[in-house]
Design a protein around this ligand. Sequence first.
Ligand code: CP
Length: 370
Amino acid sequence: MRSLMDPLDLSVEEIDELISTSNDIIENSAKYSEMCRGKKLATLFFEPSTRTRLSFEAAMYELGGNVLGFSAANSSSAAKGESVADTAKTVSCYADIIAMRHPLEGAPYVASLNSDVPIINAGDGGHNHPTQTLADLLTISREKGRLNNLTVGFCGDLKYGRTVHSLIIALARYAGIKIVLISPDELKLPNYVKIGVLDRQNIPYSECDDLEKAIPELDILYMTRIQGERFADKDEYERLKDFYILTPDKLTYAKDNLSIMHPLPRVNEISVAIDNDKRACYFKQVKNGKYIRMALILKLLGMCKSDAPKPQKSEEILIKDKLVCKNPRCITSCEQELEQVFKVTDLDAGICRCIYCEKKSEKLYSEINL
Ligand code: CP
């Protein structure tokens, strides 16, 4: 049984297969309409969503299956203090597969450790959003005909934007990718992606705060919303929320075949005047999200023949009860009965990372008294 927590849980070959299945679903939808007859998807959304939840539900219905779940924490027994682990154990008695969104980083991972059925991370705090990444990759593949040799600009809230983190991690595995990071100083990409992914894999990247200067070289412009709900300081949010607004005049020097993407929801950062520009792809992303989630459900339920190899994960050493995660947005900060576990991989230069939220500890492996 496999779950999906982050994009690296799938090999490049498996992502190619999912894209290929999605394209087949788009061409031959009738072929898939009964494939999940008798199967149930549970959508457990502890945080608001329009696209992710409804596209998962539409995906399961279009595969002939059924759907159950909740769309807010306060309509579940989480409001009475039930843990994520107990929720997952319970729902896995009713459903064949579970999609979970949670504001705390690592919550879907905790669910996956306690569930008898596959868990799909549908967004955990500012950490990861792998199915949005799959929708983005399908969109890029359909728009550009390739996933390599692209200059991709990410603009806006690169600090809290989990879709940005997941897509950069996924794109870093393709050849010829160049990343342009466009953000105010306060919202720069976290080091676990910048150093841990871009530097480590020698992916060329640059950082700036000027969208108009950066735009001419881009093949893809990935706009993001400033994530007000993740700011501790609301005045800072007010100061930064309209830092970038993409308007038609800013596209004057952009390539003719630029693809403008956005995971949505949008607030102000893309003017509606751009919606009819042939370069706007964000509502195509929405549609592609349903098709790739159909393909993913089929894969995790073992209903698609697959020849693709699974990803090769690096060796991990687990460290139990020696370190405490200091990330206030980690699931361990709220569910204190969870065991504190950190991991060290052979790729990570002795850095210990929380297994739930992946934030690094202050101590290196060599500094722990084992
Ligand atoms: N892109 C995305 O995750 O949208 P929702 O928050 O509406 O699910």
